[in-house]
Design a protein around this ligand. Structure first.
Ligand code: UAG
Ligand code: ATP
Ligand code: API
Ligand code: MG
Length: 494
């Protein structure tokens, strides 16, 4: 297919959107696309989204004042500016933005990673492997975006569709060959990846989360299915990489018509881990594929880590990369910020910061910490406000089941009362000694103060985050800084 050029006129964009109607001067040139009036610059098309809290159509005037050359609307607005009208603008926004930017996802290798846990980790593994193989990389996800080694901050795990197309376009312009992106279930449901053409879609796992947004696990799974449903041969060589040990993969397999590659530990898979050795240094296993057997090591401990590494290996080896280079990339990476990250200040116990914020994530990370701790396991955790309430007691079950002592605290209470969130957590606490310390700083200090030789303190839920969201304000807060300060106050300066 010959791809249309960028810097389109509104006419040519409108022609590429099925069912679009238009009015006004369609010869106006469009150089960018925005879904937020506050970010509009001259030449942009402003896409008006009727949202959960506000209606983007109400900001069209502000967008025009900021220089919007045109509007994309669901209903024509009485403004003297060219407009195109479509029926479901949320689900069409990505197509409009892709047309504006000349379909950037068709011009590079694009990998999408979805699943409840492991997306950030797998995308970082893939980025590292691609770089080791001489590729210029792009990354989009929870830790922000990156083009080569240049970081670009972001708000969401998967940004809004216009932002994605803009980022992919920048990547193309800067010579990126391989772009890898976390694809959240919100993003899938809200059409944020419409307009993206993936070469590879990877599934990590599905366990409970986000049931505040999706009505049930079935709906949550159906949202994940949208990524695989759009893998229908539009790019040559498209493949889906699925976790054979997760039951959801059976459903996802029925959704896609592209080639399927599997990885796993328990069930037979194309890329299989055998002879797994879990240690406090990391994971060791034999990777078995196509009658080949190779030794693999990665510095993040835990069985869950084996799955993440398998997913990345499956992508790399299926792409024809040499396994020595993949192993080298894994060694270079060491770990991912805020994922099972050790804080070492010379103290005779372990302090680990981790981003586990789901029952399954917590279960995995705590079972791993349990195996490596010399003595007690002291866990600090809380649950996010304005998020799935159902996961709160389940996270308590995991924390109390694996720990010797638990400190229940706050984790981004947002607009909820922190004490009420803790009230939802406590019914899930099993038989374990615990205390409630609402103030996260004090909770972390308490854990580090009570820890003795051989103990492990696991501080879960916020990982890389450097903020605490209280009400609608975001204040600086960093578990790593807090743990370091607590250790300093105990006399460990290492
Ligand atoms: C449910 C959800 O995802 N909502 C997102 C959605 O909100 P919304 O549609 O309600 O937007 P709205 O605030 O009503 O505004 C409507 C439109 O007017 C626009 N606007 C608004 C004000 C203004 O002055 N000018 C303007 O143009 C907005 O940009 C928007 O396009 O669009 C907003 C603008 O992009 C997002 O900020 C908002 O994310 C909220 C804050 C959020 O917290 N989302 C989380 C749950 C999320 O998306 N998480 C996923 C999953 C994370 C994971 O992996 O666990 C993620 O991908 O990050
Ligand atoms: N494959 C996995 N299975 C289960 N738990 C995992 C897995 N990988 C990581 N975890 C746990 O989940 C936490 C989050 O991992 P990661 O950030 O890679 O997931 P994510 O899918 O990107 O999360 P988010 O939805 O917030 O973007 C980790 O800190 C770890 O505790
Ligand atoms: N991307 C996830 C991260 C949760 C991290 C945890 N710290 C919280 O705030 O619940 C979410 O927005 O649900
Ligand atoms: Mg993530």
């Amino acid at each position: 297919m010959r791809l249309p050029e960028k810097n389109n006129t509104l006419q040519s964009i409108s022609d590429q959107i099925a069912g679009a109607t238009s009015r006004g001067n369609l010869q106006v040139g469009i150089t960018g696309a925005k879904m937020d009036s506050r970010k509009v610059i001259p030449g942009d098309i402003y896409i008006c989204i009727p949202g959960f809290h506000a209606d983007g159509h109400d900001f069209a005037e502000a967008a025009v004042k900021a220089g919007a050359a045109a509007l994309a609307v669901e209903r024509y607005l009485p403004l003297d500016v060219p407009q195109i009208k479509v029926r479901n603008i949320r689900q069409t926004a990505g197509k409009i933005a892709a047309a504006v930017f000349g379909y950037p996802s068709q011009k590079l290798e694009l990998i999408g990673v979805t699943g409840t846990n492991g997306k950030t980790t797998v995308t970082h593994l893939i980025e590292s492997i691609a770089q080791e193989n001489g590729k210029k990389t792009g990354l989009i996800g929870t830790l922000g975006s990156r083009i080569g080694n240049r970081g670009i901050p972001g708000q969401h795990t998967t940004p809004e569709s216009a932002e994605i197309q803009d980022l992919l376009n920048q990547m193309v312009e800067e010579g990126v060959n391989t772009a890898v992106m976390e694809v959240s279930s919100h993003a899938l449901d809200l059409g944020r990846i419409v307009g993206c053409r993936f070469d590879t879609a990877i599934f990590t796992n599905l366990t409970q989360d986000h049931l505040d947004y999706h009505q049930s696990m079935e709906e949550y799974l159906a949202a994940k299915g949208l990524l695989f449903a759009q893998m229908s041969g539009e790019k040559p060589g498209q493949k889906a990489i699925l976790n054979a040990d997760d039951q959801a993969s059976e459903y996802l397999m029925t959704k896609t018509s592209c080639r399927v590659v599997t990885y796993g530990i328990e069930k037979k898979a194309d890329y299989q881990a055998e002879k797994i050795v879990l240690s406090d240094k990391g994971i060791y296993f034999d990777l078995v594929y196509k009658k080949i057997r190779e030794k693999v090591f990665f510095a993040t401990p835990g069985k869950f880590s084996v799955y993440n590494v398998l997913a990345a290996y499956a992508w790399a080896l299926d792409n024809g990369y040499e396994s020595e280079k993949v192993q080298k990339a894994l060694c270079n990476l060491q770990g991912v910020p805020g994922r099972f990250q050790s804080i070492r200040k010379g103290q005779p116990f372990l302090v680990i910061i981790d981003y586990a914020h789901t029952p399954d994530g917590l279960e995995n990370v705590l079972s791993t910490a349990r195996e490596i701790t010399g003595r007690r396991l002291i866990t600090v955790f809380g649950c996010g406000g304005d998020r799935d309430r159902g996961k709160r007691p389940l996270m308590a079950e995991a924390a109390s089941g694996w720990s010797d002592y638990v400190i229940v605290t706050s984790d981004n209470p947002r607009t909820e009362d922190p004490e009420k969130i803790i009230g939802d957590i406590l019914p899930g606490m099993g038989k374990v000694d615990y205390e409630v310390i609402v103030d996260r700083r004090r909770a972390i200090h308490r854990a580090c103060t009570m820890a003795g030789e051989g103990d492990t303190v696991l501080i879960a839920g916020k990982g890389h985050e450097d903020y605490q969201i209280i009400g609608t304000s975001k204040i600086h807060f960093d578990d790593k800084e807090e743990a370091s300060a607590a250790l300093r106050s105990k006399g460990y300066a290492g």
